[in-house]
Design a binder for this molecule. Structure first.
Ligand SMILES: [Ca+2]
Ligand SMILES: [Ca+2]
Length: 121
């Protein structure tokens, strides 16, 4: 019984030491707050977190100078990524400010959620 407790305690410590990954309960971290998009790059972009992903990379340049790629698991060759790219294109076309969050290690080296806010209301 003691050894089981030790294994369990060790597992819990290991889990606590791991960086937060994308889970249903991870609130993520906000990386950009209410910024306009000044530029979007698509395709074989090499100098980013996640790499070019077979020319499916997407990198967003924000008006405040922040440059962030869409997470490699949510970019152009991923079903979930198409919604994010659609939202980014809409925000760029309508000149609406956006906020973005990172749920993958919560370190703002990429993002996987976008909020588009009306610039009128
Ligand atoms: Ca991908
Ligand atoms: Ca990240």
């Amino acid at each position: 019984m003691k050894s089981i407790s030790k294994v369990l305690a060790g597992s819990l410590l290991l889990a606590a030491a791991l960086p937060a990954a994308a889970t249903d309960r991870n609130p993520g971290v906000q990386c950009v707050d209410g910024q306009y998009i000044s530029q979007i790059d698509f395709g074989y972009i090499t100098n980013i977190q996640g790499g070019p992903d077979w020319a499916n990379a997407v990198v967003v340049h924000f008006a405040n100078g922040t440059v962030l790629p869409v997470n490699v698991h949510y970019n152009h060759n991923d079903a979930g990524g198409r919604n994010i790219i659609e939202a980014l294109r809409m925000a760029f076309t309508t000149r609406s400010p956006v906020s973005v969050w990172d749920h993958d290690h919560n370190n703002c080296d990429d993002f996987d959620m976008v909020r588009v806010v009306s610039s009128t209301f």
